[in-house]
Design a protein around this ligand. Sequence first.
Ligand code: SF4
Ligand code: SF4
Ligand code: FES
Length: 378
Amino acid sequence: MPEFTLKIRRYDPESGRPAYWQQFTTDLAPERSVLDAILKVRDEEDGSLAIRCSCRAAICGSCGVRVNGRSALACNTKLSTASERARAGGLNTDATPDGTIVVEPMGNMPVLKDLVVDMDAVHWKKVQRVVPWLLPEGDPPEREYVVDPDTMMDVTQSMACIHCGVCVSACLSMEVDPEFIGPAALAKAYRFVGDPRDAFHEDRLRDLAEDPHGLYDCTHCFACVEVCPKGVAPMNQIMRLRRRATQDYEVKDANNGYGHEKAFTGLIEKYGTLFEAQLLPRSFGEGSLVKGQTKPAAVKQLVDSLPTAFRGLARGKVTPRKALTHPKLPDQDQVRRIFREIEDQDERVELNMYIVGESDEAGAADREPAMGDSGAER
Ligand code: SF4
Ligand code: SF4
Ligand code: FES
């Protein structure tokens, strides 16, 4: 039986001792999980080691930890995988050449003891923040609410959440702004904004867009998408909330999320690449460069942003030449064609990888290969 070394972060606030690392060696089959190894250590070596767990099958969502810097469910992480990753190192952690598996409590939440964090203080508090229940209007029907199954398809992905908090642990925006509502709670919000039975979509979206720690606090780092064990892809749900807020309800928020989206897409349509010097004034002018430079409120925001602009210039992020001129992509017409094609569609197509991805693959297998299709070239 191969041996695995676990280096576990220990902390017991009642002991008065600061946090420390403790190493254990245990023998288990490589396909067994990190949770199995932790429980074996607890049973055989140190009964005071604290970890929360229940199902051991990636269902209950209670065993979230960080394994070699990566947030994950301990029961869903094989010892062999963890050990290989430990040898390779990664973005969040140095390599341990001997394959020592480093286990820490989840991030962005206070530690109660060893590997147990206070989910109430952060994760559940944020879930409460988004009003996590249906708000239908009018008298309830005599029997159940009946909805077309197709209209629920869009929310199935967010409904798959098991509230493990792994995405919260990995969220880079939350590290900088602990008040950020965060990936799990915003994915939960989409579950109701996408539900046809809920009567307060617009109010919900306005509330989340206006909150300085809300919809527009996400920086698209993809960390939550990468670590979620259930394929919820919280960032995608946040992007859906934004699309609904801007396109369906034209929510013009104090955080300039609406203006920023208009400016960003407008610039890509026009130039094919991002003209950064115009992004700020256009964002303040709801997409318009003229408005951004003449509307008093926009001018005030521009003036307030000058120190940031000067810092960008000082660090060479933007040069005065780049700020004044910007080349268009040589095949800019192709970019415009893509814009036209999307805008001419009668309905917005939301890609739900959870469901549509699979049927798309099946469809792709059935369909005739088109010219230029990689299938035709093989
Ligand atoms: S994509 Fe957004 S919500 Fe997800 S981890 Fe990054 S900042 Fe957080
Ligand atoms: S979105 Fe994924 S990672 Fe986040 S709490 Fe839900 S299941 Fe866990
Ligand atoms: S023990 Fe239930 S998800 Fe890991």
